[in-house]
Design a protein around this ligand. Structure first.
Ligand code: PMP
Length: 365
């Protein structure tokens, strides 16, 4: 054993040693449809004005710690109910980490529960925070298995349940009656985090349930809306709960460049809303076209991606890559996703390119 082997064995947590880093595939030269990004970007005139604002950004000082101006804009422009404050994060990835860290506790090993398949960061963040992750399998149609959910909640008494609404990687919205039943079942024993990362494409929100339920947290991001590069997430909840999460938030976690960019772009939110509307229209165009392909099963989506089952996901993924199209093969993620792939809904041209590439990939050689 070398020095570095010994050092790692002595100091690095066993469960971290056994884990691997989050893998982001190289997408250079590819039609990138694997990460649910908005394909449009900002119009040139806005980018030029943003450039001028960024030129005036104060980089030698720490960011304004209160984020007062940015918070005010987020609250005003992104549909936060009156009287609610927000906590900002370096993407909602950081907010997930803050929530799991806040509940994990050495004396009573907290549980974090989510229906699976779910966004992978729920389980990873739970593990890193030292909490147990409990995954409860969704039904075959990806709806919540309420008998299994309520039984798991009774058994594990989770401190937090994550529900992505719409869910990633399945794309569907859970039944609101089921969500309410989970919120009620937890009561003052557990928090329900409604992760609305894909809300701009869903046409609905559970934000309205906040005033009735003090154990609900709503989390969102500007990533899918068109600002994945600036890394900004936000969450809202009862002020007392938010104040507890605030204790765990690293100071200055939202950098100056992000603050300047977000404050500017939120004043032009109509541009991003219009882009989201065309992505929704494209999703609706693609669904029947995909469903008509032989051997393809399309799952309903209210997000900016579509999940579909193909006869052989590995072969289809490889044939798409041959045609320079990058999608996500979900097969290895969870048993219920065997031969499923996930594709981002993009511009009309890119979507048509994907549809043609998929048709070719499905055609026997
Ligand atoms: N929640 C869900 C459900 C997601 O799918 C993602 C990103 N794929 C995130 C949160 C993280 O988003 P962000 O870019 O804000 O970290």
């Amino acid at each position: 054993m070398s020095f570095i082997d010994n050092l790692i064995a002595n100091v690095i947590r066993e469960d971290i040693r056994a884990n691997s880093a989050y893998v982001v595939p190289d997408s250079s030269g590819l039609l990138k449809l694997d990460a649910m990004e908005n394909p449009y970007g900002l119009p040139r005139a806005l980018r030029e004005e943003l450039g001028r604002r960024l030129a005036d950004a104060v980089l030698n000082r720490y960011p304004v710690a209160s984020y007062a101006t940015l918070k005010e804009k987020v609250i005003g422009k992104l549909g936060i109910p009156a009287g609610y404050d927000v906590l900002l994060g370096n993407g909602s990835d950081e907010l997930i980490q803050i929530v799991t860290t806040t509940v994990a506790n050495q004396k009573r090993r907290a549980s974090v529960l989510a229906p699976v398949p779910a966004f992978v960061m729920y389980a990873r963040s739970a593990q890193f925070a030292g909490a147990d992750f409990v995954g409860v399998k969704l039904k075959d149609d990806f709806s919540l298995d309420m008998d299994a959910m309520l039984a798991a909640i009774a058994l594990h008494q989770p401190a937090v349940v994550f529900l992505a609404y719409p869910n990633n990687p399945t794309g569907n919205l859970f039944d609101t009656g089921d969500v309410d039943a989970i919120v009620e079942a937890l009561g003052d024993k557990g928090i329900v985090v409604i992760d609305e990362a894909y809300q701009p494409f869903a046409g609905t929100t559970l934000m309205g349930s906040l005033p009735e339920h003090d154990n609900v947290v709503v989390m969102r991001t500007v990533s899918k809306l068109g600002l994945a590069g600036i890394r900004l997430g936000y969450m809202t909840a009862h002020p007392r709960l938010l104040a507890e999460f605030e204790k765990v938030r690293p100071p200055y976690n939202v950098n100056v460049l992000t603050q300047v960019a977000a404050e500017f772009v939120l004043d032009h939110i109509d541009v991003l809303d219009a882009q989201a509307a065309s992505i929704i229209a494209e999703r609706e165009r693609m669904m029947p076209e995909l469903a008509a392909l032989p051997g393809v099963q399309v799952f309903p989506s209210k997000a900016n991606f579509i999940t579909l089952r193909v006869p052989d996901a590995a072969a289809v993924g490889a044939k798409l890559l041959d045609q320079k199209v990058l999608i996500k093969n979900l097969s290895k993620m969870h048993g219920s996703l065997a031969n499923c792939i996930r594709v981002t809904v993009s511009t009309p041209e890119e979507n048509s390119a994907f549809l043609n590439a998929l048709k070719a990939a499905l055609t026997p050689a």
